[in-house]
Design a protein around this ligand. Structure first.
Ligand SMILES: CC(C)(COP(=O)(O)OP(=O)(O)OC[C@H]1O[C@@H](n2cnc3c(N)ncnc32)[C@H](O)[C@@H]1OP(=O)(O)O)[C@@H](O)C(=O)NCCC(=O)NCCS
Length: 112
């Protein structure tokens, strides 16, 4: 599932994406325009999406696969409570040699 995120003006700010597998394991991704970064918009949008996939689509474990050098993405994930997945869990996800696999297990409480 993909959601387009708009800013207050109505202009497209970016998109957020969730792939919910039958097991409940869910891959999460997000891309925002450079012009809107650094304001917390992406964090708020991803938090809202997580609430929706958990409450309406039975997501049980959320994953973010990010490049080790992608600090903005890693910081966003950390703000939402994601932590490094154990190696045996990470090995099951599609990740490259330069990726880190983060996870967040439900129930979680996304901080407001
Ligand atoms: C990853 C990505 C979405 C992060 O965007 P971002 O702008 O850093 O995220 P946010 O909009 O949540 O903004 C966070 C920043 O706003 C600040 N901020 C201000 N108000 C905030 C609020 N109310 N809540 C959270 N953060 C807030 C934070 O302190 C943070 O600043 P910092 O970067 O100096 O630490 C963006 O860099 C991007 O699109 N990258 C390209 C695509 C990509 O890499 N996607 C991820 C693939 S895994």
């Amino acid at each position: 599932m993909n959601w387009i995120v708009r800013g207050e003006s109505g202009a497209i700010a970016g998109y957020v994406q969730s792939t919910v597998e039958e097991s409940g394991e869910t891959n999460v991704a997000y891309v925002f325009c450079p012009a809107v970064r650094g304001q917390g918009i992406a964090t708020a949008a991803v938090r809202r999406m997580l609430d929706i996939v958990v409450s309406e689509y039975q997501a049980t474990v959320l994953f973010i696969v990010a490049e080790t050098g992608n600090l903005p993405s890693l910081m966003l994930a950390e703000r939402l409570g994601f932590t490094a997945a154990p190696p045996e869990v990470a090995a099951r996800r599609q990740a490259g040699p330069n990726d880190v696999v983060l996870w967040l297990r439900v129930p979680f409480r996304a901080e407001a």
